[in-house]
Design a binder for this molecule. Structure first.
Ligand code: NI
Ligand code: MN
Length: 220
């Protein structure tokens, strides 16, 4: 599978069965055109994560999977959505997704309650990827490592609303991943961060950071 960075916390996972979007906030990426999107995942309701999920789900006829209340909101706006919660692996043709608690908040852009915020662990074509969403450092990450051993983590480093570079480096260690892709930084002033500093911190524990450019694609 391949990972394409779309800016902020937005990623496209390119699998053998089709393309999977996560947190498709595309304000920083006006050139992006969704194609062959079979599934969309949204970690929580904030506008910089829900992004264009509803519009893309409708135009691509693709299913949004999100926490129950947020999925209900997407359905109320006419998008196909699958309401789930923390617990079990949700199966798909390309593998599975498992939602775990994130420590943050979650409301929709128009102020409705959107349930709990999530981090999402994916297995796609056999590769395990942890998308932290927006969260602080938390001990759910220990469970993720102990039972699921992800290879790749997508971690926020921008601080203010989430972990900063130093906490994300601790998270990388807790998760035991080989590779971290930093996200959720420098999109706006409050989340200014230095990905090279993050990279230097995690290299001390033998882990690598891939600092991705918008629209860059990496194979895994
Ligand atoms: Ni948020
Ligand atoms: Mn955010």
């Amino acid at each position: 599978m391949q990972i394409k960075y779309l800016g902020h916390s937005a990623f496209e996972f390119i699998s053998q069965s089709g393309n999977i979007l996560v947190d498709p906030f595309l304000a920083a990426n006006p050139s992006y055109t969704p194609k062959n999107i079979i599934n969309i995942f949204v970690t929580h309701g904030h506008g910089d994560h829900l992004g264009s999920a509803i519009e893309i789900a409708k135009s691509q006829n693709s299913l949004i999977t999100a926490i129950f209340e947020l999925a209900g909101y997407c359905q109320s706006k006419g998008a196909p959505a699958n309401g789930i919660s923390f617990g079990s692996k949700i199966k798909f043709p390309w593998g599975w997704a498992l939602f775990t608690p994130a420590f943050h908040s979650s409301s929709t852009p128009d102020g409705q309650y959107a349930g709990m915020p999530a981090s999402i662990l994916f297995e796609i074509d056999g590769v395990r990827i942890y998308h932290a969403g927006d969260t602080c450092l938390n001990s759910e990450m220990d469970i993720v490592r102990e039972y699921y051993s992800p290879q790749i983590a997508l971690l926020p480093i921008g601080g203010h609303f989430t972990m900063d570079e130093e906490q994300a480096a601790i998270a990388a260690k807790k998760l035991g991943v080989k590779t971290v892709i930093p996200m959720h930084y420098n999109t706006f002033d409050a989340i200014a961060a230095n990905p090279e500093y993050f990279k230097s911190l995690i290299s001390k524990s033998g882990q690598s950071a891939e600092i991705m450019e918008i629209n860059q694609v990496l194979p895994f």
